[in-house]
Design a binder for this molecule. Structure first.
Ligand code: NAD
Length: 249
């Protein structure tokens, strides 16, 4: 049996990139996977591929997030893993001088408020069970100053790190582990879109990766599966960096 045999695992942003790779990895390790995405067509495809279920939800919508976790527990009787991964990285989010308040608030809402909501509505279930593993996707950009000019994106991921530490400490004695994942640049649609709009930015970023390449979604998924599993039983309130060496350089 795999490390996640019969665990019920929710993945947000499951239709693409890191989320999709993690759906596959979780399923390969034996989990029953609940795929969540705002993109219903691709999300449903992901769920079908692994014999999981699909829930269409906007993770920035409180009622939808509450209904999501209540629905999972109604259907499966429990929820063991929440991978709060959905996020956006709009190319128009740039220096503070060009970032409008609307763009700022939208990025904070989808990337940070969504994590607050998912934690808020999954923790009561995990508390009742006396166990659970939450993994929140941050980014290496929240750990360094020169990574990107994307001001709202970077701030939103810094918020995820602080929220994760806080919750990890608060629930450490209740069997709920809360960790943040800090991927480096990964070759996903999100990054490809960003770099298509600005190829120079891609080149600039690669220079700073000691490994000299972007990560593969499956390499991030392997780290998520570790954090989700009992192999990480002494890890909580931590920042797990998987970045090809960028922040170590
Ligand atoms: P992606 O665009 O390939 O996938 C993101 C998924 O989230 C999409 O399927 C999208 O439909 C979904 N989504 C977006 N907004 C949503 C919402 N409001 N509600 C529900 N679903 C929503 O992106 P990715 O590269 O796989 O990124 C996944 C996470 O990893 C993001 O949080 C991103 O910030 C983070 N990250 C990515 C990189 C990278 O280089 N790709 C690096 C560090 C961190």
């Amino acid at each position: 049996p795999g490390r996640l045999q019969d665990r019920v695992a929710v993945v947000t942003g499951a239709a693409s990139g890191i989320g999709l790779a993690t759906v596959r990895r979780f399923a390969a390790e034996g989990a029953q996977v609940v795929c969540v995405d705002i993109d219903a067509e691709a999300g449903r495809r992901a769920a079908e591929e692994v014999d999981g279920s699909f829930v269409a939800a906007d993770v920035a919508d409180e009622a939808a997030v509450r209904a999501l976790f209540d629905g999972v527990v109604e259907r499966y009787g429990r929820v063991d893993v929440a991978f709060n991964n959905a996020g956006i990285s709009p190319p128009d989010d740039d220096s503070i001088l060009e970032t409008g308040l609307d763009a700022w608030e939208r990025v904070l809402r989808v990337n940070t408020t969504s994590v607050y909501l998912c934690c808020k509505y999954v923790i009561p279930h995990m508390r009742r069970q006396g166990r659970g593993s939450i993994i929140n996707t941050a980014s290496f950009v929240a750990l360094m100053g020169a990574a990107t000019s994307q001001i709202a994106y970077t701030a939103s991921k810094g918020g995820v790190l602080a929220l994760t530490r806080e919750l990890g400490v608060q629930f450490a004695r209740e069997g709920i582990r809360v960790n943040a994942l800090c991927p480096g640049p990964v070759a996903t649609p999100l990054l490809r879109e960003l770099f298509a709009a600005d190829p120079e930015r891609a080149a600039r970023r690669l220079v700073h990766v000691p490994m000299g390449r972007f990560g593969e979604p499956s390499e991030i998924a392997a780290a998520v599966a570790f954090l989700a599993s009992d192999d990480a039983s002494f890890m909580t309130a931590a920042q797990f960096v998987v970045d090809g060496g960028i922040t170590g350089a």
